[in-house]
Design a binder for this molecule. Structure first.
Ligand SMILES: Nc1ncnc2c1ncn2[C@@H]1O[C@H](COP(=O)(O)OP(=O)(O)OP(=O)(O)O)[C@@H](O)[C@H]1O
Ligand SMILES: [Mg+2]
Length: 266
């Protein structure tokens, strides 16, 4: 599937369509009791429920050939949106359609079994991505090699640094021939050498995948890697468009917010 493929009616095919999506997390937690409450309840835990609206009425569609950057403050809903598009998290309301197989490299290392080695996790990752046993066996050695972890590849992953973890995650994600490539902050923990290698790999995949989503706080990489960008703020889609313009608007917003809170402090 090439990026340039067009339907006979001249339209570029759709890769992802998100319609009026809202996602609410419901978390039950033990409310921290006061001493008196603790005595009255004889230590029985009282459960409280907190709902967090992480995504609020977001709609967009992405056609083949798009590399979409997603930016926004911590807690804006970026990872939640990615998890939903990857099919890990069901929508609370609204709908998501994805054409093809999504590869994900979400919160790094999530899904890995840290008692197994990097190589074993690569095999599991391939099977989880829907490849056949034979395809995985064919590709595992190459994927392991690509991490450049040397002997560490056969050590349990709990002995890895976070950058080493990221290398395995990234390597699995990009080698599984995804239709839709999704990368959440993958490059942030890699060292300079790996960052460069990963950037080149992503550029290469951009040519073969239908679409790519890149979540990053590195606004420079967003401008460099993406041909479109979205900015999320507290679950809402604030802006979508040219990466340079979206980054500019977001930075202006961050500055305004900063000066507002500074005046509040006075
Ligand atoms: N598993 C969860 N259970 C409950 N609430 C969650 C969960 N994951 C995220 N949230 C909440 O949802 C909101 C959005 O979180 P999300 O992780 O999507 O943000 P983000 O934009 O990826 O932030 P960051 O830049 O820090 O990675 C936050 O308020 C967060 O507290
Ligand atoms: Mg996140």
């Amino acid at each position: 599937m090439s990026l340039l493929s067009v339907l006979s009616n001249g339209e570029v095919p759709m890769a992802v369509k998100v319609h009026d999506l809202s996602i609410t997390y419901r978390t039950t937690f033990e409310r921290k009791p006061t001493l008196k409450q603790a005595l009255v309840r004889f230590g029985r835990g009282q459960r409280a429920v907190r709902e967090i609206e992480a995504i609020k009425n977001v709609s967009f569609d992405v056609r083949n050939g798009t590399s979409m950057g997603i930016i926004g403050s911590n807690g804006a809903g970026k990872s939640t949106l990615m998890r939903a598009m990857a099919g890990i998290l069901p929508p609370t309301t609204g709908s998501i359609e994805v054409w093809g197989r999504a590869s994900t490299l979400l919160a790094l290392g999530v899904g890995f079994n840290h008692n197994l080695s990097g190589r074993e996790n690569i095999i599991l990752g391939g099977l989880a991505a829907g490849l056949s046993r034979r395809e995985v066996e064919e590709r595992a050695a190459e994927v392991a090699e690509w991490t450049e972890l040397g002997d560490f590849i056969d050590m349990p992953m709990r002995t890895y640094s976070s950058g080493m973890n990221a290398r395995v995650g990234f390597s699995v994600a990009v080698h599984m021939k995804p239709d839709i490539l999704m990368i959440d902050e993958a490059l942030s923990t890699g060292d300079a050498h790996f960052r460069e290698k990963a950037t080149a790999k992503m550029a290469e995949l951009r040519e073969s995948a239908r679409a790519m989503f890149l979540v990053s706080h590195g606004l420079g990489s967003i401008k460099e890697m993406c041909n479109e960008a979205m900015w999320l703020d507290r679950g809402k889609l604030m802006m979508r468009g040219d990466p340079a313009e979206v980054v500019k608007a977001y930075m202006k917003f961050v500055k305004v917010k900063k000066s507002e809170s500074a005046t509040e402090d006075m």
